[in-house]
Design a protein around this ligand. Structure first.
Ligand code: NAG
Ligand code: NAG
Ligand code: NAG
Ligand code: NAG
Length: 552
């Protein structure tokens, strides 16, 4: 076809303007199409082996982490010190270690009785008091106070009742409550008021139990700021007055009625408690993941059902509370839910099929997810960068004072098995570093100047917090949080609690890069039981390194 030059020119401008328009459209689409939110965070292997598989973890107020698995796993990969061996046994290996965060080092500890699937809580004085376990450990109470040479102390028959798979919580009076466990439809306290103090019955644990599955173990327990306990088991919850042994209210069953407790192991958090003028705002609980009804029986027959991809969120302080159901981007069973210092929720570890128990999980979920409670429904979840190591049954995760998350454990076998299995026993320790610690935001990151670490804070008193931020500061984007270090095992963090402190004024400059903000300490032990907390200054959702404070 022939054409004159003018036509050619028109054709050219027409087609190039077409290309231009298409390009513009494409760019606009790129900008406006809701894409999957950017992945964030990074993973670091801290130690390829700590010698044991970290099945239980607790951060202590000296930035060491006590960990243990079980005493009848056989020989672990770390020896007891000084050529010691277990009594009446040829096992000379350790089943508990202390990890020092600062030096990234490990010290083996001697735990005598079986701590398998036990529970615990930090006491006011910084000791870990851990309870129960299996066989010779059923009724044992063990305490661990950290020092360079310290070791476990054990109290035989410290419990009134055998406890295996129970949940503990610290109470405002300084005691712990220990709730449930296999065939233990009751609760008790430690320490006891008298040697004859018995366990008290809790029919809710009978009502939520399917005897063939025992599907309400490791109940999710939170101290409600009104002084009662919120107890969730299987697919529903109660508010419980433990002094009076009385159910104060019964919450509706979660829509769908699917089980969320062990072995259909989901996880749960008490969402951040926002304090204002001596009062707590809405009190909300978030329960995520689990495995559908029948999944346990199916998994035992070799059929691995897909995990639940839903979360239920409930405002437990409402007069007529209802569950709001939300959908996670990734289905998950055996995930851990952790409160990050900025009030976001990290969902980490676990699998997308099967249930908890030996050999019963499949398809590990390697990517954590962050949930932002204050965003609009539908835009709260953000998938994070994946690890390369499956962390299935018996894996753990806890928050460290520097804002990283320590991740360990995973053993789906009833011995240490390193070869010829789907998911070998994990002895490694990793850190998940949320994107708030990335170097590009370091100029926005606060550093606390005062108070000093280990400061005592009194209920209801005003605290002046001084900090430095090198970059451009938005005074309105500064807030102060306090996080209780929790005891983590079997996808639940006992005592997990985050308070957003009341600051009447925005942060104010007191120097070129120095600022101060005045906050009020929590008003009472119902809101923050006495003991150790990590205090963070957060700026634009980026937390400072925390400092230890002692609430009293
Ligand atoms: C804070 O207290 C812990 C023990 O609870 C102690 O190990 C640490 O050295 C103290 N830190 C400072 C700076 O005093
Ligand atoms: C643990 O010890 C066993 C037996 O000595 C060995 O085969 C295995 O590689 C070790 N595992 C790790 C992670 O160190
Ligand atoms: C529980 O009941 C006891 C006895 O009636 C009462 O003294 C206490 O205040 C109640 N606890 C709460 C948190 O309401
Ligand atoms: C660093 O973190 C900030 C805030 O958390 C985020 O906006 C930014 O995209 C991150 N940058 C990188 C490189 O991950």
């Amino acid at each position: 076809m022939r054409s004159n030059p003018e036509q050619n020119y028109k054709l050219m401008t027409f087609s190039s303007s077409l290309i231009y328009n298409y390009l513009l459209l494409f760019i606009l689409l790129l900008l406006h199409t809701p894409t999957c939110p950017a992945a964030g965070g990074s993973w670091t292997v801290l130690r390829s082996s700590i010698g044991i598989s970290a099945m239980h973890m607790q951060l202590l107020p000296n930035d060491r982490v006590v960990m243990y698995d079980r005493t009848d796993f056989g020989t672990s990969n770390i020896s007891l010190p000084n050529g010691r061996c277990r009594p009446n046994s040829n096992d000379c290996s350790a089943h508990s270690v202390e990890y020092d965060v600062a030096s990234n080092s490990i010290r083996p500890l001697m735990v005598l009785t079986n701590v398998w699937c036990s529970s615990g809580s930090l006491m006011r004085d910084g000791r870990l008091v851990q309870t129960g376990g299996w066989a010779d450990g059923y009724r044992v109470v063990r305490t661990y106070r950290s020092c360079n040479t310290c070791d476990w102390q054990e109290i035989r028959n410290g419990l009134a009742q055998s406890r295996w798979y129970a949940t503990n919580h610290i109470l405002p009076d300084g005691r712990q409550i220990i709730i449930g466990g296999r065939q233990a439809f009751n609760y008790e306290f430690y320490p006891k008021m008298s040697t004859t103090e018995k366990a008290l019955s809790l029919p809710f644990l009978v009502q939520t139990n399917d005897p063939n599955i025992e599907n309400n173990l490791y109940p999710f327990v939170f101290l409600n700021p009104d002084g009662n306990l919120f107890i969730f088991a299987n697919n529903r919850a109660i508010l419980f007055n433990y002094s009076k042994n009385q159910v104060v209210r019964t919450y509706p069953t979660m829509p769908g009625g699917q089980p969320r407790s062990y072995p259909s192991t989901g996880s749960a958090v008490l969402l951040p408690l926002r304090l204002k003028q001596g009062k707590v705002g809405a009190v909300e609980v978030l329960v995520c993941g689990g495995a559908p009804k029948g999944a346990f029986a199916n998994a035992n027959r070799g059929k691995f059902d897909g995990a639940l991809n839903t979360c239920g969120r409930i405002r437990i302080s409402d007069s007529n509370p209802q569950w709001l159901m939300e959908t996670m981007p990734l289905a998950r069973v055996m995930g851990d839910m952790l409160l990050l210092p900025n009030g976001h929720v990290l969902i980490i570890n676990g699998a997308s099929a099967g249930v908890a128990g030996w050999e019963l999980g499949r398809n590990p979920v390697l990517s954590p997810v962050i949930y932002q409670p204050d965003k609009k429904v539908g835009s709260r979840f953000e998938v994070q960068n994946p690890s390369t190591r499956p962390r299935v049954y018996h894996s753990t995760a806890i928050l460290l004072r520097d804002g990283r998350v320590l991740v360990g454990g995973s053993n789906a076998h009833d011995k240490y098995v390193f070869q010829n299995v789907l998911y070998p026993t994990e002895l490694s320790l990793e850190a998940f570093t949320p994107s708030y610690l990335n170097s590009s935001s370091s100029s926005l990151r606060p550093r606390i100047l005062s108070p000093q670490t280990n400061t005592t804070i009194n209920y209801g008193k005003r605290i002046s917090v001084k900090f430095t931020i090198l970059g451009r500061v938005d005074p309105k984007a500064v807030y102060v949080t306090m996080v209780a270090p929790s005891f983590n095992t079997h996808s639940f963090s006992m005592n997990q609690r985050l308070l957003i402190l009341d600051s009447s004024d925005s942060a104010a400059a007191v120097g070129r890069v120095d600022y101060k903000v005045s906050v009020v300490a929590p008003p009472s032990g119902n809101i923050a039981p006495a003991g150790n907390y990590i205090l963070f200054v957060v700026h634009k959702e980026i937390p400072s390194p925390g400092i230890w404070v002692h609430m009293q």
